[in-house]
Design a protein around this ligand. Structure first.
Ligand SMILES: Cc1cc2nc3c(=O)[nH]c(=O)nc-3n(C[C@H](O)[C@H](O)[C@H](O)COP(=O)(O)OP(=O)(O)OC[C@H]3O[C@@H](n4cnc5c(N)ncnc54)[C@H](O)[C@@H]3O)c2cc1C
Length: 352
């Protein structure tokens, strides 16, 4: 098979992921322009190979067998601000590091994404699972997303409502049809950061600061995240994971009441707009008998965060999946609630 010069063959994917697991991929391409993306997709299609878009690999678990297709590593760069007077429109290209986008916005005194500081990965993956933390979600500030539509082979722009954003979900997570190329954020020139989350509010209450700037909120969020090993740091072995391995389940009130009634310990519950209740997956895991620090051979739950499954160094994908299945099954047996994995599993699934 004739291989273009811009394509690498038989590349180990583990170093490209924060969990550091996964076998070899057949082809890897750096995507520095839309033209290169279109070429790489055509290469895959002509040879009937699957394709996979890769950002920072912080929400991906790839099978030990690897991926027998073309992996497209997004590297398109650019952040441009346009001041409209009241708001600032920020155009972000998919290959930017998401935390650099947050840092630049905070430095410019812009509010809207300061609480997303420290989330690993590239900007293009942000809309995929509608990243969120500490009281903010990307969907709150997105105007539109420009994507490459693989079916129609065209660039199209989807307004926020068409993106079907919800908690850790979107049209893009549901369908492989779209590749995110860039998006526009509408940020606020209000020199005051968001304090809607308890931990962040407490941080500033302790400092007697009622009106912190976006930079101050960013720094507080980074401090809180570091305490939980929720920023990627090569010197911190507890950050060698995918962050939260399970999403928080959203259930009917009766189910939440049932779970609650069986425990003396107060269960955190967050009422949703549709009347259902979001439960804490971390609480369910800990109360199903998996305390922080629980070890399953060469993987385990982080001692600092019950939702983070950590690779202690020599784990394979199968080890991660087996541990995740034990936790999911334990929570199901204890509470009758099925936890859903948050990372995207490629070529693999949790065993029964
Ligand atoms: C320590 C740690 C803490 C974390 N904390 C949080 C948190 O607080 N909140 C949160 O929401 N997430 C969190 N995460 C999860 C993760 O960082 C986010 O989901 C992030 O957006 C993933 O970005 P990425 O570039 O690494 O995506 P990848 O892992 O490379 O890809 C994830 C998925 O998105 C797809 N994808 C990536 N880029 C594109 C694109 N341009 N177009 C189409 N599809 C694409 C991939 O194919 C894959 O399906 C955390 C992860 C870690 C390791």
């Amino acid at each position: 098979m004739q291989i273009p010069a811009w394509m690498q063959e038989n590349v180990s994917i583990a170093p490209y992921t924060s969990m550091q697991v996964g076998g070899p991929v057949r082809f890897l391409v750096k995507i520095e322009s839309t033209e290169r993306l279109v070429q790489a997709l055509a290469f895959a299609e002509e040879r009937k190979l699957k394709s996979l878009i890769l950002g920072g690999g912080s929400n991906l678990v790839i099978a030990d067998d690897g991926f027998a297709g073309v992996v497209m590593h997004m590297q398109t760069k650019g952040i441009q601000n346009e001041d409209t007077g009241e708001d600032v429109l920020v155009l972000v290209h998919a290959g930017e590091v998401m935390d650099d986008v947050c840092a630049a916005a905070c430095r410019s005194g812009l509010s809207g994404i300061e609480c997303l500081s420290g989330i690993p990965g590239l900007a293009g993956a942000g809309p995929i699972q509608n990243i969120g933390a500490y009281g903010q979600e990307l969907a709150d500030v997105i105007d539109w997303v420009e994507v490459w539509d693989r079916e129609d082979r065209a660039c199209i722009t989807l307004a926020r409502d068409a993106c079907r954003f919800s908690y850790r979900d979107s049209l893009f997570k549901q369908s492989q049809r779209y590749v995110v190329l860039r998006f526009q954020l509408r940020l606020c020139r209000k020199n005051r950061g968001c304090l809607s989350y308890r931990d962040v509010k407490r941080y500033f209450d302790d400092q007697k600061n009622e009106s912190p700037t976006p930079v101050q909120v960013r720094n507080a969020v980074l401090t809180i995240r570091r305490q939980k090993s929720m920023v990627l740091d090569v010197t911190d072995p507890y950050s060698r994971g995918c962050g939260s391995f399970f999403t928080n389940p959203i259930v009917e009130t009766q189910i939440a009441d049932q779970v609650d009634s069986n425990h003396s310990d107060q269960m955190p519950r967050y009422l949703q707009k549709d009347g259902r209740v979001k439960l804490s997956a971390a609480w369910l895991i800990e109360h199903a008998g998996f305390p922080r620090g629980t070890e399953f051979g060469n993987v385990g739950l982080s001692p600092k965060h019950a939702l983070a499954i950590i690779n202690y160094g020599s784990a394979k994908t199968v080890d991660v999946l087996n541990a995740a299945a034990k936790i999911r099954n334990g929570v199901h047996q204890h509470f009758g609630i099925v936890l859903e994995p948050e990372p995207v599993l490629v070529g693999c699934r949790l065993p029964d």
